[in-house]
Ligand binder design. Structure first.
Ligand SMILES: [Zn+2]
Length: 379
């Protein structure tokens, strides 16, 4: 048994003081009790920070870890997509696997318990099979040349045969034809890159850098002109009973969020990736709109093609206007909801094994993260 305490503990009700968390050897939380001088109790480990449950990185592409440092930041969305294609050349499979392994371990040490990870191939499956992190693999259908989801269904099956959790998912509304999108949305839970950039929205009204790129490359995208916006296409093509995990959404309005949330029977989870948005387009996630709408929010790092680290604390530090307790809930319980794991992960609750993580570098007066705030796993 270990008894852990800190000035603040994140409970399902918010940040609380004077609590001791008792954890069994197998990581199960056996008790959370109030105690007025927890730092003076015998055999209590006292930490100067905030204790939170293990975090859930709700949007990552572990297989792109080898691209770190190879794409020029702030090049805009079309520039990023083209830069990523170029960066993939001349790297061995071993180098790719080693990068994935390194960042899997880094996330574990920093207190990440589960990851919603997008896969375009089987590169990371073996790393994940050995990892202590629980991955849900969103096996992604991508490309205007695709007509069905047969290949990604096979890839998801391959992952499941290795004991991994995996389901097919569509990449986005700008990269798939109607018939391919319709064929890949069998699963109940779908993760979708959505309204990430102005260029993506403008494509639907036949203008902007992405439209210019599609046109000059001669891409066939029959949905352009047929649907007026990504929102319109999403609602036209997606059945109401899906659990949507909508990633980025930098370009959504209040009305867009309301229209989407009234279409789906289950509230979507919106995944914000502030550092990736800044890296690619110097955009910000729509945190004010989502908070006004009372939406469910989770946090993702996205990939190392559009980020410098897979560090959930750095993501939270990039959203200083949101109260700290709320940001910490997004990074834990919100992520668990995005993956359908909220019964077992994302909250410090007796009888569960969510992991226990220490957040260091908190200014308790302003209740803000100081520059360089970090997290590390205790349990
Ligand atoms: Zn992504």
């Amino acid at each position: 048994m270990r008894h852990l305490t800190a000035p603040y503990i994140l409970t399902p009700e918010g940040l609380r003081r004077n609590r001791i968390v008792t954890v069994a050897d197998d990581g199960t939380i056996v008790e959370i009790r109030e105690c007025h001088n927890p730092d003076r109790e015998d055999s209590v480990e006292w930490y100067n920070g905030v204790l939170i449950p293990g975090m859930v990185n709700a949007h990552c592409h572990l297989e792109l870890s080898y691209v770190r440092g190879k794409v020029t930041p702030h090049g805009g969305f079309a520039g990023f997509a083209q830069g990523l294609r170029a960066a993939r050349h001349g790297v061995s499979t071993d180098q790719m696997t080693q990068a994935a392994e390194l960042w899997d371990n880094t996330m574990w040490q920093a207190g990440v318990e589960a990851v919603g990870d997008v896969c375009n191939g089987s590169l990371t499956f073996e790393v994940k099979r050995r990892s202590r992190i629980h991955y849900h693999n969103f096996v992604e259908l991508y490309g205007l040349g695709q007509h069905n989801a047969t290949e990604v269904r096979k890839l998801a099956e391959q992952a499941r045969e290795m004991g991994l959790s995996a389901t097919p998912t569509p990449h986005s509304l700008y990269s798939l034809r109607d018939e391919a999108y319709a064929d890949v949305i069998d699963s109940q839970r779908l993760s979708l890159h959505f309204a990430e950039s102005r260029e993506e929205v403008d494509l639907f009204s036949q203008q902007g850098a992405m439209w210019e790129w599609y046109r000059s490359a001669g891409f066939e995208a029959p949905f352009i002109g047929q649907y007026g916006s990504p929102v319109e296409r999403l609602l036209a093509l997606t059945p109401r009973n899906r659990q949507m995990v909508l990633v980025h959404a930098c370009e959504v309005s209040h009305e867009d969020v309301k229209a989407i949330e009234s279409h789906f029977e289950i509230a979507p989870v919106w995944v914000v990736c502030p550092r990736s948005n800044d890296f690619i387009s110097e955009l910000r996630p729509p945190v004010e709109v989502l908070r006004e709408c009372g939406s469910k929010v989770a946090v993702g790092t996205d990939s190392l093609a559009s980020n410098t680290t897979l560090d959930m604390m750095a993501e939270l530090s990039a959203m200083p206007t949101v109260p700290l307790a709320e940001r910490l809930q997004w990074a834990t319980h919100g992520g668990a909801e995005a993956l359908g794991m909220e019964q077992s992960l994302g909250s410090l609750r007796v009888g569960t094994r969510p992991g226990v993580v220490l957040v260091e570098g908190v200014d308790f007066e302003s209740m803000q993260l100081r520059p360089g705030a970090t997290s590390r796993r205790l349990v």
